[in-house]
Write a protein that binds this ligand. Sequence first.
Ligand SMILES: [Fe+2]
Length: 289
Amino acid sequence: MQILALGYVGVETKDTQQWASFAEEVLGLRATEAQDGAVLLRMDDRVYRIAVHPGNRDGLAYLGWEVPNEPALEQASDELARQGIAVERGTDEECARRQVRGLLRFVDAAGSPLELFYGQRFNSVPFLPTRPISGFVTGQLGMGHVVVRTPEAQAAAEFYTKVLGFRISDYFMDSLIFLHCNARHHSIAFGSMGPGRGLHHIMLEAKSFDDVGLNYDLVRERQIPIGMELGRHSNDWMYSFYMQSPSGFQIEYGYGGRLVDDSTWTVTQLDQPSIWGHQRHELPVQAPA
Ligand SMILES: [Fe+2]
């Protein structure tokens, strides 16, 4: 299966307006409201990368994985059917809502709803961040990465390697498994990280280290809860900090992620998640289960 990148993430929330202000005022993303009431967040030349849907809970709604074209989507559909995975095809109306040409829906081994898509709409007007920052690293690396809490990390990782064609990047002891589908060190990772399941964080990669520092100052000034202080991860080398989103899960705002070359990459086990920093804080609102 030819998955290129994490194309988009869908989130469900009780308060889309709070999300729109958080995205525009803090993260530097552009928010527009779709006809169905969803708030679409733009961070590059795609019409959106995060879709925030009104609902009666807060948490992950779906992950959108991009394939290059229609034949790749058809091939993926055949492969999923062969492996006995129940797949639904997106209707014309659903494709129009997602602003893609083709869409498949199924559920992964961690219980997260997944979408495979091709042909997402571009916006030919250049992306202009809402704050004076340099923008985000996306393109062939996709929109960032997600980390999902699950007690079945091993089964989830096997689903991504055996069914979806991902490769393991590395392990943090027995608690986290990191996987890649392109040169971004990881597009997804799984781990238990305490009880419950659901989205732990979405990582957005800024084009400049100063963007991270400026954002850190702003988050502190606004007293937005910080889940992890500034630090540098030992596996993807990301300089980052974590803040709480309006939905409870965290946003990692980072810079300087390492790239993986599959022809030379060796899987390792890490003894600590960070080289320095990343001091943890208890968050007032726990991430949704
Ligand atoms: Fe991360």
